[in-house]
Design a protein around this ligand. Structure first.
Ligand SMILES: Cc1cc2nc3c(=O)[nH]c(=O)nc-3n(C[C@H](O)[C@H](O)[C@H](O)COP(=O)(O)OP(=O)(O)OC[C@H]3O[C@@H](n4cnc5c(N)ncnc54)[C@H](O)[C@@H]3O)c2cc1C
Length: 503
């Protein structure tokens, strides 16, 4: 590369206009912004850029604008390790965006972000020892090229441009409006309308109380139930510590530890005494809907508690809405859409003016970017994950894939530490390339799906598991999704165990 202008600490521009950085970060969601923070703190000499297709930061919290949009896990653990959370545990998208905005402002990260830049292709060249990203500007249509020594994928796991809607018979016949929460129309008027929300996940549980006051009636139509935890949207320990004027940094850390400690206990109980945990969860619902409320069949999932993240229902709002008669739940199967609603297998018909398909996401592997290595297309599903963050045969690339049962960001912080440690280690070794490679001792290792379907079974993951890498049955190839194990193992992970080959 012709070495031209040095742009402060921002990188270098070559004669052909491409910009070079030590690290290229893909995405300015909670993972990308966290990654940028850790990099700037732990590797202050590295130049980096965050490349983001949207016109602002936030990722998930910018894309989703449906009524009531909020987190389903608490912000003491969904928030970063390094930035105290001072609001109620369950936060709205706006509150999360404000929090992320403060991280960006406080750490002067904005100058590193290129908005309106969609990465379409990523190419590794062994000769040049670098990645080249082909980028299209969404605002001007211009093409741009970025090169970087290390590629840090923080692109999340689902397609932001559209959600997943199954094909049902008769959808084109329905005379009302069909809306997916991920592409919520700003002008959707649901005043006095009969609304059916298809789905039983956190999105449905959020939408229903947020819409119910204005709708004529809202029905949650689910094929199978989900576990919910109804809890006040406050944290007693945080409130007490604040009363005692304890510094917010301490409060954040203490409350985080307490929540993680309690979660570990619930997970253990869910494995050992699932029936007891079930009963506790049902009790929380009956406390709101009345002792005599029959939780079956609407709130009694077939799976074990904690096989999916337990969605927190702040102040039990979903259940209060049901108790008030403004919303109801139907557990049934869809036969077809009709002109006026949905025909169910039981023979019932649900009348609807608006049908909301809260039916999940489309998994997008590696941000819909075409990857190639030395001219060969990368088949991601042929690779094996190294500690759930790098991939065999893919040099200098890491992906932040957070937790699905615990808060995503807990893993984003841990992986960021490991990426920074790896970058420093490479500098110490004088190496410019690190590639995960299976060792002789790994030859007979069993290869397993990226996620264990026994423990994680959301539809969007199950539908697309064949597109994801494998994990191995031995270290360092396992991807356990176990925060409590990772927080011990990752900070002391041996980067010289032969699984990473340096050059
Ligand atoms: C409605 C909703 C609620 C959720 N609530 C929780 C919760 O409470 N707790 C929890 O732990 N998890 C939750 N999750 C999961 C959530 O997605 C993650 O926790 C987290 O926000 C993911 O952050 P991320 O930065 O890794 O990815 P994302 O938020 O998906 O951000 C990725 C960014 O990369 C950009 N990008 C992708 N591809 C490209 C490309 N080719 N070129 C340029 N830019 C690109 C995207 O535009 C986006 O801004 C929720 C998910 C949803 C959808």
């Amino acid at each position: 590369m012709a070495h031209a202008a040095r742009m402060g600490d921002a990188g270098t521009v070559s004669d052909n206009g491409s910009e070079h950085f030590d690290v290229l970060i893909v995405g300015a969601g909670i993972s990308g912004v966290g990654g940028a923070y850790h990099l700037s703190q732990q590797c202050p000499d590295k130049t980096f850029v965050m490349i983001e297709t949207m016109d602002g930061f936030g990722g998930t919290w910018k894309t989703h604008t449906y009524p009531g949009i909020r987190s389903d896990s608490d912000l003491y653990t969904f928030g970063y390790r390094f930035k105290p959370w001072t609001g109620p545990p369950i936060a709205t998208a706006d509150e999360i965006l404000t929090y992320m905005g403060e991280v960006i402002d406080d750490n002067d990260l904005d100058r590193h972000i290129r908005y309106n830049h969609t990465i379409t292709a990523a190419t590794w060249s062994t000769d040049n020892r670098r990645w080249t990203l082909e980028v299209t500007r969404t605002d001007t249509g211009e093409q741009a090229t970025f090169t970087g020594d290390f590629l840090w994928m923080c692109q999340g796991y689902y397609r932001h441009s559209r959600g997943y809607t199954p094909e049902w018979e008769g959808m084109d016949r329905f005379e009302g409006q069909i809306v997916h929460p991920q592409t919520w129309p700003d002008d959707l008027d649901y005043t006095d309308k009969q609304v059916v929300v298809i789905g039983s996940g956190a999105t449905a549980a959020t939408l229903i109380p947020a819409m119910a006051d204005e709708c004529g009636h809202v029905t949650m139509l689910q094929r199978s139930p989900t576990f919910f935890v109804a809890r006040p949207n406050s944290n007693e320990m945080a409130d007490t510590l604040r009363e005692l004027d304890i510094p917010e940094e301490w409060t954040h850390e203490i409350v985080r530890r307490k929540i993680l400690h309690d979660q570990a206990a619930v997970i253990e109980l869910s494995f050992e005494y699932p029936d007891m945990v079930r009963e506790e969860l049902y009790k929380g619902i009956r406390d709101i809907l009345g002792e005599d409320f029959d939780v079956s069949p609407h709130f009694t999932p077939a799976y074990r508690p904690w096989q999916q993240r337990l969605a927190l229902i702040p102040d039990g709002d979903l259940f209060h809405t049901i108790a008030a008669g403004d919303a109801s739940v139907v557990t049934d199967e869809i036969v077809e859409f009709t002109e006026t609603g949905i025909q169910l297998k039981s023979g019932d018909h649900l009348e609807a003016d608006i049908i909301i398909t809260a039916t999940g996401f489309e998994l997008s592997v590696l941000g819909d970017i075409e990857f190639s290595i030395d001219g060969e297309p990368l088949v991601f599903s042929d690779t094996v994950g190294y500690r759930g963050m790098m991939f065999t045969g893919v040099p200098n690339m890491a992906w932040i894939f957070g937790y699905f049962r615990a808060s995503w960001t807990l893993r984003a912080d841990l992986i960021a530490d490991l990426v920074c440690r790896l970058l420093k280690h490479m500098d110490e070794l004088g190496a410019s390339v690190a590639t995960p490679v299976l060792r002789d001792e790994d030859a007979d290792m069993e290869l397993l799906p990226w996620l264990d379907s026994e423990n994680f079974n959301p539809g969007y993951l199950m539908r697309a598991m064949h597109l994801l890498p494998s994990q191995g049955s031995n270290e360092p190839w396992r991807h356990t999704q176990d925060y409590w194990a990772d927080r011990e193992a990752l900070p002391v992970a041996d980067l010289d165990d032969g699984a990473l080959v340096y050059d």
